[in-house]
Design a protein around this ligand. Structure first.
Ligand code: SAH
Length: 361
């Protein structure tokens, strides 16, 4: 597909340095001596609009040519777009070193959410998830995380000022708190006023429960929404599907979640994927309701999205309804999360696997 966002420097020996996310001061330090001060500001604005250096046509042609030798604006290219019948779209991006990762655009009546990846692959190896099936490759840079937002914003017709993308969730491939420094710099770049100016209230981060990272995020000063992938209300159930639970057990995760709430005042969301005969019994519902009792939290129940090559099954609609009814009878605040993109391999990591298998990549 054509590369609407500019960006990969074909044929160049050294990887180009991304400009996206740099402040005007940081850009000014990179410009040739004698470039006017406002040029750095213009470049920052162009980058947040998703323009390639070649498209920054109000800059002198000679300056553009010099910049293109060393830099790139948005450091990714669109490899493929899959549109779902429900209006969501899945974007497969290729980064400068050839690695692929996916992001999803989901339209709602209140705005549009983009779900971005934070790593290529994942170390967490959750038994149900496609992302970790090929292991971990590398962390994404702040500019590569931000690039997914900026590219989709532009492709959906938005600019940095009039955004098509209104909400961001860090819930794609990877464990965001395992790429902590880059994710924090991303948060600072995406919320910067002179940039795309996202409100922290419109950003959510989902973690498999890395407790030091949860506490450090609470202390970071960013007041984003924290979602915790629980998927099991006791250590035996959770450890069977999430190896990370052997490092940070359920009690520790709950204590870090409580700390997050106390420091930020933001209600924590617990995600609970319902998997047939794994964690969907009446006892599981009772254990979950008891675990969150008295905790200012909300439970998002999600029906498991089946993954080719995994034995786990999605529960029936009836079993899902019964689980939710039981939670509510026990006083827990819980809703079923609408699932997008079922027909386009919506769950994280699935699309990339299908694409690679089909195209022999
Ligand atoms: N590593 C982070 C964020 C990425 S996964 C985390 O674990 O939270 C984002 C969410 O998708 C997590 O709740 C994860 O458990 C869930 N998920 C992964 N595979 C899924 C599948 N096949 N069906 C439904 N949800 C899935």
């Amino acid at each position: 597909m054509s590369d609407a966002c500019g960006t990969i420097n074909e044929g160049s020996a050294r990887p180009a340095i991304p400009l996206l996310g740099l402040t005007a001061d940081e850009v000014r330090d990179l410009l040739p001596a004698g470039a006017p001060a406002y040029t750095a500001k213009q470049i920052v604005a162009f980058c947040y609009d998703g323009k390639s250096i070649g498209e920054m046509t109000s800059l002198p042609k000679t300056l553009r040519a010099v910049l293109e030798e060393t830099f790139v604006s948005v450091p990714l290219a669109v490899e493929k777009v899959y549109a779902s019948r429900d209006g969501s779209k899945k974007f497969l991006f290729r980064f400068s070193d050839g690695e692929l990762a996916e992001a999803v655009f989901m339209p709602h009546d209140y705005g549009n959410t983009v779900c971005v990846s934070t790593q290529i692959g994942c170390k967490m190896a959750c038994a149900f998830c496609a992302s970790g099936m090929d292991g971990f490759r590398r962390n994404l840079l702040p500019s590569e995380i931000l690039g997914q937002v900026v590219a989709i914003n532009r492709l959906e017709g938005g600019t940095a000022k009039e955004r098509a993308v209104t909400n961001i969730v860090l819930m794609g491939s990877g464990e965001p708190l395992d790429n902590f420094d880059n994710v924090l710099r991303f948060l600072s770049d995406v919320t910067r006023k002179e940039g795309i100016n996202f409100s922290e209230r419109n950003i959510s981060l989902s973690t498999s429960g890395l407790c030091e990272g949860m506490r450090a995020l609470a202390d970071s000063g960013f007041k984003i929404t924290l979602s915790v992938s629980l998927h099991g209300a006791d250590d035996a159930t959770r450890s069977a599907i999430m190896p990370v639970n052997r490092r940070y057990g359920v009690a520790e995760v709950m204590s870090a979640a409580r700390y997050y709430f106390e420091r930020t005042g933001r209600r924590v969301i617990f995600e609970y994927i319902l998997i047939d005969s794994v964690n969907d019994s009446r006892d599981d519902a009772a254990a979950l309701a008891a675990l969150v009792k008295g905790f200012p939290a909300h439970i998002n129940v999600i029906r498991y999205n089946e993954v080719a090559g995994k034995p786990m099954k999605s529960p029936s609609v009836r079993a899902t309804e019964e689980f939710l009814a039981r939670l509510s009878a026990l006083g827990a605040s819980a809703t079923l999360r609408r699932s997008f993109g079922g027909d386009i391999e919506g769950a994280c990591g699935q699309l990339k696997r299908r694409y690679k298998a089909e195209d022999g990549k």
